[in-house]
Each structure stands twice: as C-alpha cells, then as structure tokens.
Ligand binder design. Structure first.
Ligand SMILES: Nc1ncnc2c1ncn2[C@@H]1O[C@H](COP(=O)(O)OP(=O)(O)OP(=O)(O)O)[C@@H](O)[C@H]1O
Ligand SMILES: [Mg+2]
Length: 439
C-alpha cells in the first residue's frame, strides 16, 4: 500500500489537497489551542468565581449569622450576582457527589473542582435545572444550602460559535478554491484535448490561450507548432503535386514521340520506362490527394472494406473479409484511409494467392489484421519496406511488383490518423500486417 494510491489523480484534486491540508491543520491546531488554553481557563475562572460566592454564603451560615442577616445576603446575591440562594436548616443531603464520572461535561467537572477547592464540604451538582440553570447543593453542619446559578455564569457560548466559524470558514474557503481552481484547470484540459486530437490527425478547432501565464505560453507554443506542422504538410503536398503535375506534360509528349518511333526493342524499353514513370507520378498524385485538405468524417468500415476486397479479388489472389463486430465506424479521412487500405489489400492480392482481412473493435479503436500465405517479408527488411521505392524483389520488373510506394503511403496515412502499423509473421504462412486505428 502506497500513499500515492490514496492521493487524487486529477490536477484539481491535487491542487485542492495542497491548498486545503495546511488550512485544516492550522484550524485544528488553533481549535486545540483555543480549548486548552483559552476556553478551559475561562471556564475554570468562572466556576471558581461562582464557587467563591457560594463559599462566602456558606461561611456566613457556619459562623452562625442571624436569619435576618442571611436573608439580606441572599437578596443581595440574587440582585447583584444572579444567584438564587436558599438555606434549609436541619436538612440532610441525599445524593452526595464526590467524583463526577457520568457527567462528561467539562463545565460540570470544572465546577466540581472549583467547589472542592473553595468549600471542602459534601456537595451535589445538577447541571440541567429548567434547561438554563445549574443547581449546587452543599451539606453544611446543620442544614443544606442550595444555590441556583444561570448556566451562562459558568461558561460562555463562544465555543460553539467558534466551532461553527471554523467549519463554516473552511467550507467557504473550499468552495472558493474549487471555483478558482476549476477555472485554472480548464485551459490545461482544453490544451490536452487539442494535443490529443492533433496527434490523431483530427481537426483542432481554434482556441484562445487562456489561464495562468505558463498555461498560456504552452497553449501558444502548441498553436504555433500546429501552424508549423500544417505549413510543412502543405508545403510538402503542394511541392509533390507541382512536381508530379509538371512532369506529366513532358511525359505525355515523350509517350507520343515513342509511339511514333516504331517498335524496335529499344523503343519497347523506352515505352516501359515511360509507363513506369507514369505509374509513379499517378501514385504521387494519389498520395497528394489523400493527404490534402480532406475533412475527417465518421466512416463505416464494413461497406468500404467489402468494396475494396471485391475489387482486389479481381486482380489476383483471393481475399476474404472477416468482420468480427457490427457497425464499426471511425472518424477518418475517408479517401486517405481508402488509399491506405487499397495498398495493403492490393499487396496481399498481388503477392499471395490467399489472404484474409480481420476487423475487430477494441476498447479505444479498431484493429485490422491483414494475413496472407505469400512469401512474406524477412524480418531484416521489415523496416526498409516502409521506405519509398524500396522493394524486396529488386528487379524492378513491373510484372512482379510496383513502384514501391504502397507501404510508405499506407504508413503515412495511418500515422496521420494517430494509428500504428506493424509487420509480422502470419499464421497463414506469409505476411501479417497489424493495423490499429484509434477511435
Ligand atoms: N503481402 C506481402 N507479401 C510479401 N511481400 C510484400 C507484401 N506486401 C509488400 N511486400 C513487399 O514489400 C515491398 C514494398 O511494398 P509496397 O506496397 O510499398 O510497394 P509495391 O507493392 O512494390 O509497389 P506499389 O507502390 O505499387 O504498391 C514490395 O515490393 C514487396 O516486395
Ligand atoms: Mg504495393
């Protein structure tokens, strides 16, 4: 068991803990000090004062003061000290309390202590007389002295009010802290969401940097970074588009000229080179189109894959589709994703007699597994095939392979969607391509 497990995980929780813990500690210490140092001392002094006045009267009784004198004294005590005093001659106290155990109240204990200190006679204390009074009975030599004192002569209500203040102000402070911290944390949360979206290649709506200086700086850095990435993608795409487009015109001219040059073996070679170049250029343009300004949208995978598998089957190897869950759909750029899937399924159909596409929904995305029973790719070359123009079969024979752009383009697109693509060995004997696309 580590302490960490019990600590809050969110920034809001943590900052509140940091803020509130010292406050509560201070208040606990202050409350403790208040009760031991202030309130207890106060209560003791009040009890001693009342006990002293009772002792004064008891002393007069014991010294044999006349009935008249005692009456006058009782009147004075009622008038000036709020104490109601009665003396019953010849009476004997029934309940004598020496040690109060069951009272539990600090006031009663303190009063008990004060009477023992001032009077040293058998006594009894009732704390709840008529709701607001305390009755003290003293056994004197010839009778019983009863004193009724208002409770507020013995303790002050400030303790209860103090506790209310402590709890109330803590709650108020907590409320304010929650409100303020929430405002501070909102921009951080928004930044995290934006960064995650950008990582998945989704559209990031513009947001204004807000909050504390550091958070604002981070948000601004993120916005700048996004602009830079956008610019770079834009530059790369438009350069590729420009080059491909510009090459097309002279290539078409060359093609026409080659047609006019007859059919000698040399011209045949030239024509096949030109055809290669055309294919490369159209691959570039496809790539550019896929990476363009396409907006992500929710796309159902089943119809898309069914269509791609059917058209790949016409090219060569048999491709089967195995969709394990219903209604799988994803936020993707549909044309780009189709381009990536066409490349993967096309490779399988081209390089293997049989292949299978398996689709499963996972907790946070979709997994697509492409298995085939072709020659596979040796582990040492699995990194290289993602490099543009790399082909395992190096002859560059158009019959046995393509340009070598299929896998790099697929990888590019999948990464741009925040996904992953890995090559491995298939249980079918050939290549397994494992693709994950986040939801
Ligand atoms: N399913 C597969 N089985 C065996 N080898 C494969 C498979 N897929 C790709 N390869 C190898 O990886 C190389 C690179 O594939 P990639 O798709 O990038 O290019 P390509 O298929 O040659 O050309 P294209 O640009 O027309 O797709 C291929 O030339 C091939 O040797
Ligand atoms: Mg290919």
């Amino acid at each position: 068991m580590k302490l960490k497990q019990f600590l809050p995980r969110s920034l809001l929780g943590r900052s509140l803990l940091i803020l509130i813990t010292p406050v509560i500690l201070i208040q606990v210490v202050a409350t403790y000090m208040f009760f031991t140092r202030h309130w207890d001392v106060m209560t003791e002094r009040l009890a001693l004062a009342v006990a002293g006045e009772v002792a004064l009267f008891a002393d007069s009784v014991e010294r044999g003061a006349s009935q008249k004198e005692l009456q006058r004294m009782a009147n004075d005590m009622a008038r000036f000290l709020d104490l109601e005093v009665t003396y019953q001659d010849g009476k004997v106290l029934e309940n004598v309390t020496r040690h109060h155990r069951d009272w539990g109240s600090v006031v009663a204990q303190t009063l008990s202590y004060a009477i023992q200190k001032r009077v040293q006679k058998p006594y009894d204390i009732q704390t709840d007389v008529g709701g607001k009074f305390v009755k003290i009975s003293l056994q004197l030599t010839d009778g019983v002295l009863e004193v009724i004192s208002p409770q507020n002569r013995l303790f002050s209500a400030s303790a209860r009010i103090y506790i209310l203040w402590v709890i109330g102000s803590s709650a108020f402070l907590l409320l304010i802290a929650v409100l303020f911290m929430r405002n501070q944390i909102r921009p951080i949360r928004r930044l995290a969401i934006a960064a995650e979206k950008l990582g998945k290649g989704r559209d990031v709506p513009f947001f204004k940097p807000e909050g504390a200086q550091e958070v604002r700086a981070a948000a601004q850095a993120f916005i700048d970074m996004r602009a830079r990435i956008d610019r770079q993608i834009q530059q790369r795409t438009s350069m590729l588009a420009g080059v491909s487009h510009d090459l097309r015109t002279p290539l078409t001219r060359m093609k026409l000229q080659a047609e006019l040059m007859g059919n000698s073996p040399d011209v045949q070679d030239l024509k096949s080179d030109i055809a290669d170049m055309e294919r490369m250029i159209s691959a570039y343009l496809d790539f550019v189109r896929g990476q363009g300004d396409e907006e992500p949208q929710r796309t159902a995978l089943e119809p898309l894959l069914t269509r791609l598998v059917a058209s790949a089957g016409r090219e060569g190897g048999a491709v089967t589709l195995d969709i394990r869950d219903d209604d799988i759909s994803l936020m993707v750029r549909p044309i780009a994703l189709e381009r990536a899937l066409v490349n993967l399924i096309g490779n399988a159909a081209k390089y293997a007699p049989q292949s299978r596409v398996t689709v499963t929904r996972e907790e946070d995305g979709v997994r697509l597994i492409f298995d085939d029973n072709g020659p596979g790719i040796p582990p040492a070359l699995r990194d290289d095939v993602f490099k543009p123009f790399f082909r395992v079969e190096t002859s560059r024979n158009p019959q046995t392979g393509g340009v070598g752009l299929g896998l790099p383009i697929a990888q590019d697109i999948i990464h741009a969607h925040g996904g992953t693509i890995d090559l491995g060995d298939s249980p079918m004997g050939g290549l397994r391509i494992n693709v994950f696309l986040p939801a």
